[in-house]
Design a protein around this ligand. Structure first.
Ligand code: DON
Length: 305
């Protein structure tokens, strides 16, 4: 029997197969080992239907796509106002690993860049670093609707090379943005970036945001509707870093990318989409993934404006 949605997604995958532009991330040694040619797409509706094509069983590290989900947990734990005192909501116009701290206060400009994501991780309530790691993983698992795990080899690889993130952690500790030990906090942040996911998991995580915080398959309310709206707003202005304007004009939906090659997009009230292809453009966003998202947004009329 013909299945129009998977057939369509396969066609999108095939139409971008020629695009071999960009390079696999290599500043985290383990990511440099990725097969650059794998590619997958998943789409999940707010009613809980999920469609996957390509290398959809392949697990890869969530990386910066973790940032909106930790931010959501920090908002749930502390409230929007208290989080806002430590992390802004303004686009930085700079690369994801830039210092991008407000002059004088040391407040990171937004939670989608590394500095803001490290601060958001520190705001997740916990009595110990291990408890914080556990809560973060449980929270992501609730979004995905299955128990997720850590890609330990990615964690160790990034931990041994994460000097810039450690620097950001120390700097924010000196400004009083981070209360806890910055080494523990940065390790926890690196651990959250090392959570292993498939495009199916990511599409469901995105669909939970599309569904105002209720996981479409399990029916669990993972985050409240007000915090979800806040997270989606920040994803819209800051999720694609210094390419956020290009993304908003061409694809036109809230999104977040990760350096392992994933991108999630959220069409509020309707669907979550996830694409995966490891070669990155100069902004650290999946080059082929952007092509796939542009095509899907255009064909399905997803652009919000
Ligand atoms: O902190 C880092 O550098 C990585 N763990 C995550 C960076 C990332 O995914 C940037 N996004 N495209």
């Amino acid at each position: 029997m013909r299945s129009p949605i998977p057939d369509y997604l396969t066609e999108v995958l095939d139409s971008t197969r020629e695009d071999a532009s960009g390079n696999v991330a290599d500043y985290i040694p383990e990511l440099a080992r990725a097969n650059p040619d794998v590619a997958a797409i998943a789409l999940a509706t707010v009613e809980g239907s999920v469609y996957c094509v390509g290398d959809a069983e392949q697990e890869f590290s969530i990386q910066s796509m973790s940032k909106p989900f930790t931010y959501a947990l920090a908002l749930a734990d502390r409230g929007i106002e208290a989080v806002g005192e430590r992390i802004g909501v303004e686009p930085s116009g700079e690369a994801f690993n830039e210092i991008s701290l407000e002059a004088g206060t040391g407040r990171p400009l937004n939670p989608m860049i590394n500095a803001g994501a490290i601060a958001a991780h520190s705001l997740v309530r916990a009595d110990s670093a291990a408890e914080r790691d556990r809560r973060v993983l449980e929270h992501y698992s609730a979004f995905a609707g299955r128990e997720l795990g850590i890609a330990e080899e990615v964690f160790e690889s990034e931990q041994s090379t994460g000097h810039r993130n450690l620097g950001l952690g120390h700097l924010m500790k000196s400004f009083g943005i981070i209360d806890d030990d910055p080494v523990d906090v940065v390790n926890g942040y690196i651990r959250q970036c090392s959570v292993a996911v498939t495009v199916r998991d990511l599409a469901l995580m995105a669909a939970t945001l599309a569904n105002s915080g209720v996981q479409p398959v399990t029916g669990q309310r993972v985050v409240d509707a007000y915090a979800t709206r806040h997270v989606l707003s920040v994803m819209t202005s800051c999720g694609m870093y210094d390419a956020a304007g290009d993304w908003l004009t061409t694809v036109g939906i809230p999104a977040k990318s990760g350096v392992a090659g994933g991108i999630i997009g959220v069409l509020p009230g309707q669907v979550g989409v996830a694409v995966f292809s490891p070669r990155l453009d100069a902004h650290g966003n999946s080059a082929r993934g952007i092509r796939m998202m542009e095509r899907i947004s255009r064909d399905l009329g997803m652009h919000l404006m």
